[in-house]
Design a protein around this ligand. Sequence first.
Ligand SMILES: Cc1cc2nc3c(=O)[nH]c(=O)nc-3n(C[C@H](O)[C@H](O)[C@H](O)COP(=O)(O)OP(=O)(O)OC[C@H]3O[C@@H](n4cnc5c(N)ncnc54)[C@H](O)[C@@H]3O)c2cc1C
Length: 476
Amino acid sequence: MGIRTGSEFIESLRDERVVYVNGERLTDVTTYPPFQGILATLASLYDLNHERRAELTFPSPADGAPVALSFLKAASLAQVEQRLRAEEIRAEYTFGLMGRLPDFCNAYVTDLAVAAEYLGQRDPRFGHNAIRYWEQCRDSDLCLTHTLADPQIDRSKGPAEQSDPFLTLRVVRETDSGVIVRGAKMLSTLAPFANELYLGPFMPRSPGEEDYALAFALPCATTGLKFICREPYDAGRSQFDRPASSRFDEEDAVAIFDDVLVPWERVFIYRDIEIFNTASHHTPGYRMLQALVRGAVKLKLLTGLAFHIADAIGRSSALHIQAQLGELVANTGMMEVLIHAGAQSAASDTHAALYQRSLAGALMILMPQFQARAVQTVRELSGSGVIMTPTEKDFANPEIAGYLDRYLQGKGVSAKHRVQLFKLAWDLVGEQFGSRQAQYEHFYAGDPYVNRARFYHSPVVQQYKALVTELLNGKK
Ligand SMILES: Cc1cc2nc3c(=O)[nH]c(=O)nc-3n(C[C@H](O)[C@H](O)[C@H](O)COP(=O)(O)OP(=O)(O)OC[C@H]3O[C@@H](n4cnc5c(N)ncnc54)[C@H](O)[C@@H]3O)c2cc1C
């Protein structure tokens, strides 16, 4: 089948999915007014694959039909870079503002397929399932999301020790056709607009938590699966008034499984703690690379915006402002270098340890810091400018338009342009949409403290400590 058009994608969402928003069960997610902005963006991303087919697709090994490059199992560094370029084009198209660009989960299931042998080491069915599922998503151009984290409830306890062991998604029983699961998972960005939901390893499991050690995927319209969404942030304001949230509000939902049947052919890990906790080490990390590429584009956007704001209020020549702006440029450049180092790991058979470390460190440690720094810089440079931003309707009112044009002008820019810049800034760093973006960037790859502590256990620490010992012993 190959890549779909935007209208085919929209049509595919008219199914039996159960989605609640603001107290209401939606009968058709495609007609709900607050979803129109993001649906138009998603549809245009599907059309983009047709418009830029040479850069964004490759021929499917199944039938030669063009399929998205984010599904490519790369056989060389050049092919990894081809993947990355396609992901960059699509991240640029959405200004890095969609953490759950469909490309991310495409990369995720491609990682899964590369790890098929590892997944199938005890039961080959699971490895075969991972490959078949990746082929199906690729050739049908399905839109996926994932939900990995357990609901918070009481974090001092594991999932089996909660007041009710069925709060976190787990096995209820097996049947001939599959496994029945019950419980919840948090969060699922993009869920109302996805065709498929993937669940897999994230929080490590301990012995006794076998029923929680699962990986599987289901159509979003599966019986018993329900999504309860957060309040949408797109309130139908114009693109002038809400330049980002009017187009890129991806939505988030809690996924609830009320005794849902997962067919055996959709299961990738089943009650296996060792495989659950280690499967990600056996992947090339395509999903991490996509996430870094997307994040780097957003850093460029925020950096560019910070420069525009400094220019628009006549502050660009001040040394301390140049230092703040220069730091953002340096951070963005560092991220690009790390992405290319990570690409080498994805291209190698062994997934070289040094590059794996740089890839994980870039995503889990540097990216959240750089995003937060860019947001802080935009806020600091803006002053009150981000608050005093009259609406498009104010500029259209002849009684006050003259005053606005006169008193809100900037250095060499019209009042309207200056206000537009500050509106974008506030949408990205201050409004509901911007605050959610900040929260997302902080937790995108998991909790940053937990992630830092992972490096505490790195084998290289022994080498670093040995240097100290050698120096103290007067060696070298
Ligand atoms: C906007 C947004 C969108 C998201 N979208 C998705 C998605 O599409 N799919 C998905 O799977 N997930 C998604 N997530 C969830 C994300 O993976 C989690 O937020 C992240 O893994 C952190 O988990 P948590 O939110 O449960 O916070 P917690 O892990 O509960 O962290 C809360 C606090 O506890 C602290 N803490 C953590 N561990 C310990 C410890 N051992 N001891 C003491 N303190 C500790 C943390 O530092 C933090 O301060 C999304 C999150 C956000 C904010």
